[in-house]
Design a protein around this ligand. Sequence first.
Ligand code: FAD
Ligand code: FES
Length: 509
Amino acid sequence: MENLSGASVPFWVKDVSFMDTHKLNDNLTCDVCVVGGGIAGLTTAYLLSKEGKRVVLLEAKNIGGGETGRTTAHLSNALDDRFSNLINLFGKDGARLACQSHARAIDMIEKIAQEESIDCDFHRVNGYLFANSRSQEEELMKELEALQQIGWRDVIMRKECPVVSLTALPCIQFPEQGRFHVMKYMGGLLKAFIEKGGQVYTDTKVVEFNSGTVTTVMTEDRHTVAANHLVVATNTPVNDMVTMHTKQAPYRTYAIGIAVPKGAVPDALYWDMEDSYHYIRLQGAEERGAATDLLIVGGEDHKTGHDDHPEKHFYALERWARLKFPMAEEVEFRWSGQVYEPVDKLAFIGRNPGDSKNVYIATGDSGHGMTHGTIAGMLITDLIMGRKNEWEKIYDPSRISLKSAGTFIKENADVAAQMADYVTPGEVSDPSEVMPGTGRLMRKGASKVAVYCDADGVRHECSAVCTHLGCIVHWNNVEKSWDCPCHGSRFDPYGKVVTGPAIKNLDKA
Ligand SMILES: Cc1cc2nc3c(=O)[nH]c(=O)nc-3n(C[C@H](O)[C@H](O)[C@H](O)COP(=O)(O)OP(=O)(O)OC[C@H]3O[C@@H](n4cnc5c(N)ncnc54)[C@H](O)[C@@H]3O)c2cc1C
Ligand code: FES
């Protein structure tokens, strides 16, 4: 499924199709309604059904069809924002709890895979954070100190990285990290959830949220689900217009899958310290039914809607991979996706600020959404079951940290700066200038129009004004989508919502 820009379907999605569409065509009542069928929503739904709750899960597309299917599925508690920063933001105890929560999440994934007999290529592996310059080596030392301060004793500094072509400088070795095949896991989790009495409806988009003692959501087809508790796990909350979107920023990230001779690269996770950093893992030859291992290399992050030539990131990744892994062969996969970076580095999981007490959200996954999503499952289950959970405070969505005020101001100033798009000229002055398979912005009087030219040369126009809070969308030539630079909403070439926070499609031009 190669598109015009060279992006293909992520490795995971290629041969896993585990569920027929079941659209909601009734009105239902239940204990808990979960909106969003990614790892956060499905884990929460599964754990609550294990507690005996009657759970209904509603998903706009298909299970794992959001960012979960686009991940590279490193399972890690070596948090990429560095413990030296987390200690500064949350203190030693907070940073320790964050570290422990991600370790517990890896344990939970392993436990669920075992208990539910999910064959998902789960492996415990080491993780290596490696330096590529003297200043990064100093940063590495600082990180080792921070790790000791939070009591993580079995991390070690190694003089040599297991892959010598990666660096001649030291690296930190993190034990007990993990990797898995995310879509095989999601398939098994879904089956287990349904066996426990869970109800799942896909192709079912929620368009209205009503809070209260009993919460009610309404779908696009005007069916309702009434529940005692509502969990919104839509990656970025679609039930909140402003508050949460000022506390996190959307970034695009890129991945390639490149063949390497079987056994040539030791099975581990690897991360460098560049800004943005590269993340690397393996999928074994047997696991993928091929003669070669697959090296999955990710990175090249940039703010959503801020890059006019996103396809160059695949070439940059490939160049980097060939330099660092000279044995690399053919690139088999290329894909991109979106992550949300919270201003103070940790996800927002818990009660939705300013809402009734029975409405919960999980967002701000950063590059650790596999574990953050699993933490969401554990933490929200405890909150709904009325149990204490020591992670509640560090993940509280209503938290405000003065120490992260600088990042908060920077990200929101960037959002304000996007309003300049209203007065700039269009990229083209006539639809005929838009080439097949691409989109361009055009000025029409006082307004901006998003013009897409399909493969047959037919031009389609819609308003370029994002239906969330009104920024101007930008064309993403890799994903063939209109992306909003403010809070990450994305729309297909014809203006239909792909990802929130927007719920409404782009208006007709
Ligand atoms: C290239 C890439 C590499 C990554 N690598 C890693 C990694 O190595 N390790 C790691 O831990 N994390 C990684 N991540 C991050 C991780 O993949 C995500 O954070 C995680 O999958 C998010 O899960 P989620 O359940 O919150 O969201 P999603 O998987 O996006 O699920 C949300 C779901 O909600 C649905 N939805 C949205 N709106 C509605 C609505 N109105 N009604 C009904 N349903 C709705 C969507 O269709 C979607 O399926 C990576 C991400 C990318 C893109
Ligand atoms: S996503 Fe907020 S204005 Fe577009």
